[in-house]
Design a protein around this ligand. Structure first.
Ligand SMILES: [Zn+2]
Length: 419
């Protein structure tokens, strides 16, 4: 029995020695105490030990246990100052200063604001929306603006077709979208009436750019070049500075005269809330009245086609002219029409269409002149007509330079489709 106990003790001691020595020899770093007190440790070991502790320190920092993140979407009348105030933080001075790259000075509704705090102190403020990312960091008191590169993608395409009966149908068949057809009609609308002038054998060609943003279906198109053959006449349009010109630099868009008569006095302005002089009630005055003696010639303010000639309620004897694809003008209270005026006939700018009178509801002789854009009344005196001037030689050269890379496409279109 005694022998057994002894044997057991020896076994225990050996086991204990083994366990202790394993523990001591296992590859574990020394404690801080060791680093400072064991002089015998070689330098390599010290570096290893330091690394070990640094790593541990970094790891605990990376966890950002104490960093608080606040995410807010800006509502109406909410300011950064108000948001920070609620967090008991004063707005950094830099943010309050107005300078060009301070993208935190003004916020927009729905902007995302991300505020980071460490121990109740400001670390950073980030502003995000779909166009911009703006970061303030308090450690270096700096605002960094990161303008997001818009994920825009452009594609240049060529469309063409012969016109069998309707321009619209042929254009749809060519692959143009209804929107693009409108753009096209607006360019040529000054020279071509798409409902009256189209003949069998007419043809067209377009070089356009479709712009896709953020991977969506194209949301914008720009016509770079267009050509139209109408009744054996070929009209070309080159885009330059958002307008269209022919090869010689003449703008396709025509201008309007400021007024339909030469010598006049404006007796009533465009006014949506006017008290009517005859009816004594609020009736909008959707035109401008030009008072002049009876019989004074009235001109068409632009090239166009007469779409109405005749009595028209309160307007009395009236003429309506369509200019290009989107504009119409109306001339009311005429005493008589010019003898050559008929509906469907073309008129030139400053051609006499009739004479001043006071037919219809009028208190005295005047022309009531209305200007509409796509059917909507506009104040003709306030519309700014970009001057449709002919381009200078220098600008014609610029135009040519812009279109140089596409010249082959244009030539191909004209050769193969616009014969
Ligand atoms: Zn009037």
């Amino acid at each position: 029995m005694v022998y057994t106990i002894r044997k057991f003790r020896v076994f225990m001691v050996v086991a204990a020695i083994l366990i202790i020595s394993t523990y001591l020899y296992i590859d574990k770093p020394y404690s801080n105490y060791d680093i400072n007190h064991i002089k015998e440790i070689d330098n390599k070991k010290i570096e290893e030990i330091k690394d070990y502790y640094l790593k541990n320190i970094n790891i605990s920092n990376d966890n950002n246990k104490y960093i608080k993140v606040k995410k807010i979407f800006i509502k109406k009348n909410q300011t950064l100052g108000l948001i920070l105030g609620k967090l008991n933080i004063s707005t950094p001075r830099l943010i309050l200063k107005k300078f060009k790259s301070n993208c935190l000075y003004k916020l927009n509704v729905k902007d995302e604001i991300i505020i980071k705090l460490l121990n109740k102190k400001l670390v950073s403020i980030k502003r995000k929306n779909k166009n911009i990312e703006c970061l303030y960091e308090s450690n270096n008191n700096k605002i960094t603006k990161i303008t997001k590169t818009k994920n825009n993608f452009k594609e240049q395409l060529v469309f063409f077709n012969n016109i069998s009966n309707s321009f619209y149908n042929s254009a749809i068949k060519s692959g143009l979208s209804p929107n693009e057809i409108m753009l096209f009609a607006d360019i040529f609308g000054w020279d071509i009436d798409f409902s009256l002038d189209i003949r069998k054998g007419d043809s067209f060609g377009v070089v356009l750019e479709r712009i896709y943003s953020n991977g969506k279906k194209y949301d914008r198109s720009t016509i770079k070049y267009a050509v139209f053959k109408n009744k054996n006449k070929i009209i070309e349009a080159f885009r330059y500075n958002n307008k269209y010109y022919n090869k010689k630099g003449t703008p396709l868009e025509k201008q309007f005269l400021k007024a339909p008569i030469d010598f006049y006095r404006i007796s009533s302005h465009f006014n949506r809330k006017r008290l009517h002089p005859i009816f004594k009630s609020v009736r909008p005055h959707l035109g401008t009245d030009y008072a002049a003696p009876k019989g004074t010639p009235v001109y068409s303010t632009g090239d166009g086609i007469i779409i109405h000639k005749g009595r028209k309620g309160g307007y009395g004897k009236a003429v309506i002219i369509k200019h290009g694809n989107i504009y119409t003008t109306l001339y009311g209270h005429l005493s008589k029409y010019h003898k050559r005026i008929r509906a469907g006939k073309r008129v030139k700018q400053k051609q006499i269409i009739g004479y001043v009178g006071s037919t219809g509801y009028a208190t005295g002789p005047h022309v009531h002149y209305e200007f509409r854009v796509r059917g909507v009344h506009k104040n003709s005196l306030k519309i700014k007509f970009k001057k449709g001037k002919k381009l200078s030689k220098k600008n014609i050269n610029k135009l040519k330079k812009i279109h140089q890379t596409n010249i082959n496409k244009y030539t191909w279109l004209r050769k193969n489709y616009i014969k």
